[in-house]
Design a protein around this ligand. Structure first.
Ligand code: AMP
Length: 414
């Protein structure tokens, strides 16, 4: 199948060509005709399937006609990184269309966004919080929105954005096209879909299991030896880019520092960083300045970085959608995960009396919490690199990038 079949405007076709897309990915083949026909779509697909172009190309096509300079397409995404990625992808596909897309998210100054909105744009890619700020400040006019995309809806739910989404929905014209993408279908998303989609077509792509070219292994190890074992593995494994997931921001920061100290070009990505530093970490990881990126799952979810050779789950994530225990992972993968031990690694080193590895700096005195307040419990026991020997994608096929993880491996707190 070829892109010609969709009958795109020459300016849109030019973008497809410039991006080197030869044939549509399965989600594009299924979704594009439906979106172009004006239908509401429920897309079950994860990052790496080509879903951005699946909604991006028909949006560009639609906006070629009609008024310019007003917001006619709104794409809402959970994280700043994903918003940037979508914006870049649409800008690149739409280079010849002269349509303007901007990003709207927090953690950066509001004035440049206001200025761009004032000058007039057709496409806004936004995270919910800052978008609501603009709505409240009346610095954005959404009354002309024709298409709404809710991307990674399940992640927005995980991050507590559904109330914000409902507030945003109230600002949009009732007569519009709505596209909702989600990798999984928890009840809340099903309910949201029922509320916002009118007579939708469901487009489902791929199993949720990662590509078979990804191999998985589990390295059982005591908590206090995890970093040492990771260093040992990195030392003995031929890696390209390595993405390491930790359960908390603090652990991501600390492990990033430890890897740097051990001589690796490593950076960490977690929600506490300023937007500039997050972008620098991500750009550095993309262009190879950093070989290793340590991230909390939330900070990195859905990010599309090619050339990742290994994904290490330093902590077993603890949300229901994540690695709850290895058997759940195995069920998702439909295969058993090989347990490995590293031959020359000394597994018998005793734990220090007080595990200082992830000790936090001394805290300021705090007001006592009321009795019954929740304590956090540290529990984790394995590092599981995956994707060993993952071959590079062949030319012409979609860059199957991004963390090669199944949804079941995702989750965790940011
Ligand atoms: P996405 O799932 O939208 O994040 O896309 C994943 C990657 O696939 C991105 O790097 C896209 O540029 C790339 N891609 C999307 N569609 C195609 C296509 N039809 N042919 C080749 N690459 C594609």
């Amino acid at each position: 199948m070829k892109f010609e079949k969709f009958g795109f405007h020459p300016a849109v076709t030019a973008g497809v060509k410039e991006n080197g897309y030869e044939s549509p990915t399965p989600i594009q083949a299924e979704a594009i005709p439906q979106v172009m026909a004006g239908r509401d779509v429920m897309g079950l697909a994860q990052t790496g399937t080509g879903k951005t172009a699946a909604f991006g190309l028909p949006i560009l096509q639609r906006l070629m006609e009609g008024r310019r300079g007003q917001v006619r397409a709104l794409i809402v995404a959970p994280t700043r990184e994903l918003a940037e990625q979508i914006h870049e992808s649409i800008s690149s596909l739409g280079r010849e269309t002269r349509l303007k897309s901007i990003t709207v998210y927090g953690g950066v100054g509001v004035s440049p966004q206001v200025e761009k909105l004032r000058k007039g744009v057709e496409i806004v890619v936004a995270c919910p919080g800052r978008l609501l700020d603009h709505i409240n400040q009346k610095t954005i006019d959404l009354s002309q929105v024709e298409v709404l995309v809710l991307d990674e809806a399940d992640q927005m739910f995980d991050m507590g954005f559904l109330p914000d989404i409902r507030r945003i929905l109230k600002q949009l014209p009732a007569k519009r096209q709505t596209l909702l993408f989600s990798a999984t279908m928890p009840d809340e998303i099903r309910r949201l879909a029922h509320e916002v989609l009118k007579d939708p077509v469901t487009v489902k792509v791929g199993a949720t299991a990662p590509p078979v070219t990804v191999s998985h292994a589990l390295y059982p190890v005591e908590q206090h030896l995890k970093t040492a074992l990771l260093l040992e593995l990195l030392h003995h494994t031929d890696t390209e880019s390595v993405l390491v997931f930790t359960r908390t921001k603090h652990r991501a920061k600390r492990l990033g520092e430890q890897l740097e100290k051990a001589g690796y070009r490593a950076a960490s990505l977690q929600g506490n960083l300023s937007q500039n530093r997050r972008q620098a970490a991500l750009d550095g990881f993309r262009d190879g300045t950093f070989q290793i990126l340590v991230a909390t799952d939330i900070a990195a979810r859905g990010i599309d970085v090619s050339q990742i050779s290994h994904v290490v789950n330093y902590d077993i994530p603890d949300t229901p959608e994540a690695y709850i225990h290895v058997r759940a992972i195995e069920r998702t993968l439909n295969a058993s995960v090989e347990r490995r031990t590293v031959p020359d690694f000394d597994y018998n080193i005793a734990a220090p009396k007080k595990d200082s590895e992830f000790a936090r700096p001394p805290r300021q005195p705090q007001v006592r919490k009321p009795a019954g307040a929740k304590k956090s419990v540290a529990h984790a026991a394995a590092a599981a690199p995956s994707g060993q020997g993952r071959p590079k994608p062949a030319g012409g096929t979609p860059r199957k990038s991004g963390p090669p993880r199944s949804r079941s491996q995702q989750g965790g707190r940011g």
